[in-house]
Write a protein that binds this ligand. Structure first.
Ligand SMILES: [Zn+2]
Length: 472
């Protein structure tokens, strides 16, 4: 499943809908035999065009429909305008299909599509426009099947023509055109004229309209988290890309909003709303540092695991796990950041308790409460940290559990809540804390607030450190 992080930035409870995890690659490739379906994208150089993207599907053999999954809240039917009349969108299970209204097969279908930011419920935005006319195009939403079943992760051969622009995909940058195979989760493709900045092991494209203080801060924030985590988990073998886009035409009613996430080798964040044009000091946007620390943590979770990270139903392991890694590294910085982490933990206690009074954590994803994986998962991981720390006299903690766990996953163990907790137990997690965590992850709690605090206290998390209710 595809997911994304989105949030209203002014709130403290910012972790929002999701963090994207899962396999995905974009590779430059020359297919030897024609694929069943290929996509040919053209970006018009006309800056005034309402629909500058033309996306043409060509089928090796005529089919009666093109199937897509997931359905994306009806986004495609809204924005993808067939170039020729006589087509319609039809919902089917988790996805949708486009077919001719007369039911006849077709071998070619072109759409005209606006480059517009869309906040989708559980998925990455299809496009992230930059102020200078550049854009990120998320290839995953274009993946399609000429017949069912269709998971939406099927590989798709894509060619892109964008006269006068540079196309960045799969770690390569070429002028005017590119071809690649979009597979699994897909990738963000950059189309534009900005030159990347190399910063501390990153290739960064940051919107030129972003105010310099914020731009400079972002360019050091992500590398800082990467350095801190690399010191603990070892150097990554990749040079990740960082994309920061500032919407030239933000949706109305947004002031300081953002959406972002990671895909293999990429971190991206789209900033939208007028608030970004007003003066911002880095201290106002500590949640951005948290965001980068969280996304950086995903790189280390993924390293060497073929990018396979846990099932959605147990996302507390990787989303809560990444939040806990963010909490631990940010806690080691200044007092300001430490205070911020304390507020995040206090907020997580409230949100997790309220959520678990409605649905058990192992049902949260299905119940549309994916966010609980962040809040509750972070508390669980911090409980493990405190418990293992206490049991080892401070010699070990969550990072040791994680290092062992990532190693077992690299060695072939499936990433799951059970395998994660088994590693924690081997690393020294006490039986009572394990029991409290197991109850929290597997069953409906009768008094979540009390049981969460009991788990934290049992583990030795200093809950007295938590301040009372406070704003962000
Ligand atoms: Zn995440």
């Amino acid at each position: 499943m595809r997911r994304s992080i989105s949030w209203a930035a002014l709130a403290l409870a910012v972790s929002g809908v999701a963090g994207p995890i899962g396999p995905g690659h974009a590779q430059v490739a020359k297919p030897v035999s024609p694929p069943p379906v290929s996509l040919h994208i053209t970006r018009s150089p006309d800056a005034t065009s309402d629909r500058p993207i033309r996306a043409e599907y060509r089928l090796a053999r005529p089919a009666r429909a093109l199937h897509f999954a997931p359905q994306l809240d009806g986004y495609r039917a809204m924005d993808w305008q067939p170039e020729t009349a006589g087509f319609r969108w039809v919902r089917e299970e988790d996805g949708e299909r486009i077919e001719r209204t007369d039911g006849k097969p077709f071998a070619d279908l072109a759409f005209n599509i606006p480059v517009q930011y869309r906040s989708l419920e559980k998925s990455y935005a299809p496009f992230s426009p930059f102020s200078d006319g550049g854009l990120l195009l998320y290839s995953g939403h274009f993946q399609t099947c000429p017949s069912l079943p269709c998971k939406g992760t099927e590989p798709l051969a894509i060619s892109i023509a964008a006269p006068g622009a540079t196309i960045g995909v799969g770690g390569k940058r070429t002028a005017n055109s590119a071809t690649f195979i979009s597979r699994e989760e897909g990738t963000n493709v950059y189309i534009g004229t900005a030159e990347p900045v190399t910063t501390s092991g990153f290739l960064a494209i940051v919107d030129p309209e972003l105010q310099p203080a914020l731009r400079d801060h972002l360019l050091q924030s992500l590398p800082q988290s990467m350095r801190e985590l690399a010191a603990i988990y070892g150097q990554l073998a990749i040079t990740p890309e960082l994309y920061v886009s500032l919407d030239p035409q933000p949706p109305s009613g947004t002031s300081l909003s953002s959406q972002g996430g990671t895909l293999p080798g990429q971190v991206f964040i789209h900033l939208y709303g007028d608030g970004w044009r007003k003066p911002i000091v880095p201290g106002d946007v500590l949640w951005l540092d948290w965001f980068f620390a969280h996304e950086a943590a995903h790189f280390f979770q993924r390293a060497g695991t073929n990018d396979v990270i846990g099932p959605d139903s147990e996302a507390w392991t990787h989303e809560g796990g990444a939040d806990a890694m963010a909490a631990l590294v940010m806690r080691g910085r200044s007092d300001t950041e430490r205070a911020y982490v304390i507020r995040r933990i206090a907020e997580a206690r409230k949100v997790c308790a309220a959520g678990l009074s409605q649905v058990p954590l192992n049902m949260a994803t299905r119940a549309g409460k994916f966010d609980l994986h962040y809040q509750c998962g972070m508390l669980i991981a911090l409980a493990i940290d405190a418990d293992v720390r206490r049991g080892s006299g401070g010699a070990k903690g969550l990072h040791d559990v994680n290092r062992s766990f990532f190693a077992t996953v690299r060695a072939g163990t499936a990433w799951s809540g059970t395998s994660f907790l088994a590693t924690a137990r081997r690393t020294g997690l006490s039986a009572p804390t394990l029991a409290a965590i197991t109850a929290m992850t597997r069953q409906k709690l009768t008094d979540p607030a009390r049981q969460i605090d009991a788990m934290l206290q049992q583990a030795g998390v200093d809950v007295a450190e938590q301040p009372g209710p406070s704003g962000p």
